[in-house]
Design a protein around this ligand. Sequence first.
Ligand SMILES: [Fe+2]
Length: 209
Amino acid sequence: MTHSRRNILKAGAAAAALTAAGVALTEGTGQSTTLPLTPCTPGSTTPPIMEGPYFKPNTPERTDLVTSGITGVLLTVSGTVFTQNCTPVTKALIEVWQCDAKGKYDNVTYTLRGHFYTDANGKFSFKSIIPADYIDNGDFRTPHIHIKVQRPTAQVLTTQLFFPDNTDAYGKNFAQLNARDQLIDRRCTITLGTKVDNHYDGTFDLVTY
Ligand SMILES: [Fe+2]
């Protein structure tokens, strides 16, 4: 999803919220109007990216992955799951998994793994940490979060979320890390706010199949 598209999505959601709140929206004509729901491009989902070797099924249902012993730069990611015509999806299944602040995946238990569902407005939010970069079988990977999203009865979309070049975590240069990664898709970059007390708030909307 392009930045402009994400912004359009946000504008649509904001318009919907304002309309729901009873706020009149006006255009240059002075006429009161209601902004249309997002003009999505049919057939355009969040870009899929390969699953990789570390997915594990049967994860616990939870939105807080910062369990005992997990340390790092804290991160909350919030967003909305949309269909391709920009209708929010209720009860969409989201699955996330990632490595820790040292670049290690837990492939034995379920550390930094979990699944959860969107609410009645299609919204989700989960807590985790910013993962580190790692090298796997000689392949360099910039920090990323693996994610799957599935609208009820529809196909699963699998992708990865990345971090902006100016991300401040673990003393690393994210611009250099991102530039080295062969799988990165910049359209899948989480929008981060300002880091406060070792914590980032991030947003990313998902458009599913
Ligand atoms: Fe990975």
